[in-house]
Design a protein around this ligand. Structure first.
Ligand code: ATP
Length: 250
């Protein structure tokens, strides 16, 4: 008798996200110009740039909230350029916008229910409280009455519950105390270690670069540099574009 043939699981796509030649903006206003960006499977990529460079526009375009006029966006091997935001979510994309995107008038529990595709709310709550124990004490509280840090934790919890292949995070540290910023960044690193690729936009340049395996610098809607975070820090490139002089050792 011949030995049973083993069926190997398909290898994951080499890139979690591929953005090619994207032009995007608001009506007649063009913000992004011919942007190329790639996030390898499981990588941690930072996008830096001065105010108004187009970082939020880039994440919104990847999430499907803005339709690009040219270019393609792929998640894994699937071209999602024409898909609406909820359909991109089904392709394992999770987007945590600046301002958190939670429902302020709903309770923490109701928000968690909406964040998840699972119908098992008990399991969802267990996962959320495993990620952020403080949420367990706030389940009946209206999200709008949480502290800023707790609101960000609530927004972030979906990245733990859903285990997306690709996570987009816009300015998660905005307005938070340094201790809470550390908690949020440690969480992002742990989510990344569980296999989720992360694309992060953040004002805390040194911390973003210390977590990242690759970084892109966006200026006036164009990618002006990309590569290893320590290389990016050389040549005073960050100083030139961001007025930034020191970079933390990795
Ligand atoms: N809804 C909108 N309609 C028209 N223009 C917009 C809109 N939103 C943003 N812009 C413009 O697009 C450009 C890029 O904005 P965007 O928010 O993407 O930049 P950013 O790099 O995220 O900036 P910041 O770091 O200040 O958040 C800016 O000039 C901004 O004024």
């Amino acid at each position: 008798m011949s030995a049973p043939t083993t069926v190997e699981a398909p290898a994951p796509a080499p890139t979690a996200l591929d953005v090619k030649g994207i032009w995007s903006g608001y009506g007649q206003i063009t913000v992004l110009r011919d942007v190329d960006l790639s996030v390898p499977t499981g990588a941690f990529v930072a996008v830096l740039g001065p105010n108004g460079a187009g970082k939020t526009t880039l994440l919104k375009t990847i999430a499907g909230l803005i339709q690009p006029s040219q270019g393609t966006i792929s998640l894994g091997e699937k071209d999602v350029t024409k898909l609406r935001p909820h359909a991109r979510r089904r392709e394992n994309l999770c987007y945590i916008p600046e301002g958190r995107g939670i429902f302020r008038s709903m309770t923490v529990r109701e928000n968690l229910r909406l964040q998840s595709t699972s119908s098992d709310i008990g399991e969802v709550v267990d996962l959320a409280t495993e990620a952020f124990p403080v949420l367990g004490k706030r389940l009946r509280q209206t999200a709008g009455t949480l502290s800023g840090g707790e609101q960000q934790m609530l927004a972030m919890a979906q990245a733990y519950i859903e285990r997306p292949a690709m996570l987009l995070v816009d300015e998660a540290s905005l307005g938070l105390a340094p201790r809470i910023v550390d908690t949020i960044f440690e969480f992002l690193v742990s989510v990344n270690k569980r296999g989720t690729a992360v694309l992060l936009v953040d004002q805390f340049i040194e911390q973003a670069l210390s977590m990242a395996t690759c970084a892109y610098l966006l200026s006036r809607g164009e990618i002006v540099r990309s590569g290893d975070p320590s290389e990016l820090a050389g040549d005073d490139v960050l100083g030139h574009y961001l007025g930034h002089t020191t970079v933390q050792e990795k």
